[in-house]
Design a protein around this ligand. Structure first.
Ligand SMILES: Cc1ncc(COP(=O)(O)O)c(C=O)c1O
Length: 371
């Protein structure tokens, strides 16, 4: 087989396809001098709320800001505990810390890489205020048992949907499964801006009202500052880009799911494992991850064959120096720790060709061997 070079994702190809639409739209933002929020952001909020099936969407400056405002809107404060997964990007836990609360981790279900609801209830204490499940890699967390436990203990749920735009849990869109949900539009996300961006979706008017004021210095009207807020506003450019891309999200998601099915078929004989999809849900494959032994060698050998890979994530949050003060020793969450030792993301992006998919799969098979 001739050597190919396959990136983990290809934003340059995506831009080439959208350039003729993007440039005049950005020009319009400049002509209107609508650099901060403005009509493009407002229109995007409406379109994204409709897409998620929620009454409101509040656009903000990043996914981290959306998580922070979501927790604050739920009243999370100093002395509270928020339960989440250690198998996530640091921002999930950081947002809890920003509120002065303590992240309490629960191990993952090794089959799905998401928070294991069976282990959740034993971590609930009188200080628990909220649960923050993450739909990791675009695979919805198992929300029904999480919602049952939340209802039993009067806890609120904020979804971390940063990696899961368009995913469905039991036919219902991610973003509408808790009291609120936080999305990231970091450029590499399934719906990515051309800079930083995020959004909070909710059908709760009080949450939306709080987030709208909090993202702009606590203002309820111009220079009416009801409380001390933040500068978490979205740029006009980002709203414009996101509107263009949102129109493609259905077809891009379908293509991601098709590629994932193809990878699963081609990698069937390979000596590796892949997280399990619940057939009742729709995973949107933000990352296609495999679990391998001897990961450094696999990465090097795939790189030699021109296949770019990445690791999401090499260390669970409880073992990061940033959270050493929580005092979780190694071995506390064995499934998350094992996943982080073995996980490897392989290329998956909507414009991948059949030839590229087959090339990556055969390179992986060659490197990891057959079962
Ligand atoms: C699971 C998860 N949560 C939160 C974030 C934070 O989003 P942002 O980078 O937009 O602040 C990210 C993305 O980086 C993420 O992957």
């Amino acid at each position: 087989m001739t050597a190919m070079k396959i990136p983990l994702l290809d934003l340059k190809a995506e831009y080439a396809a959208l350039r003729d639409e993007i440039l005049p739209t950005l020009d319009r933002v400049c002509q209107n001098s609508a650099f901060i929020e403005g009509p493009e952001v407002q229109a995007f909020e409406k379109e994204f709320a409709d897409f998620c099936g929620t009454a409101y969407c509040v656009a903000v400056s990043s996914g981290t800001a959306a998580l922070h405002l979501g927790l604050l809107a739920m009243g999370v404060q100093s002395g509270d505990e928020v339960i989440t997964t250690p198998n996530t990007f640091l921002a999930t836990a950081e947002a809890i810390s920003y509120c002065g609360a303590r992240p309490v981790f629960v191990d993952i279900d090794p089959a799905t890489a998401n928070l294991d609801p069976k282990l959740l209830e034993r971590s609930v204490t009188p200080r628990t205020r909220a649960i923050l499940p993450v739909h990791l890699y675009g695979r919805p967390a198992d929300m029904d048992p999480i919602r049952e436990i939340a209802a039993r203990h009067k806890l609120q749920i904020l979804e971390d949907a940063a990696q899961a735009h368009a995913a469905r849990y039991r036919h219902q869109r991610v973003g509408s499964l808790g009291r609120a949900a936080a999305f990231s539009f970091y450029p590499s996300k399934n719906l990515g801006a051309y800079g930083e961006g995020g959004a909070l979706t909710t059908s709760d008017e009080a949450v939306a009202k709080f987030a709208r004021a909090a993202r702009s210095h606590g203002q309820t009207a111009r220079y009416d500052h009801e409380f001390v807020g933040y500068n978490y506003r979205m740029d006009g450019f980002q709203g414009a880009i996101l509107r263009i891309k949102l129109r493609r999200l259905h077809s891009w998601t379908e293509r991601r799911r098709q590629i994932a099915r193809e990878y699963r078929r081609l990698l069937e004989p390979a000596k590796l494992s892949i997280p399990v999809d619940d057939p009742q849900d729709e995973c949107v494959y933000h990352q296609f991850v495999i679990y391998v032994k001897n990961r450094p060698a696999v990465i090097a050998q795939l790189a030699e064959r021109g296949v770019e890979t990445s690791v999401h994530y090499p260390k669970p949050v409880h073992l990061q120096p940033a959270y050493s003060s929580l005092g979780y020793p190694e071995g506390t969450f064995p499934h998350a720790e094992r996943a982080c030792e073995r996980v490897l993301s392989i290329p998956l992006f909507p414009s991948m060709t059949t030839e590229q998919i087959e090339y990556v799969a055969s390179a992986v098979l060659e490197v990891v061997g057959r079962k």
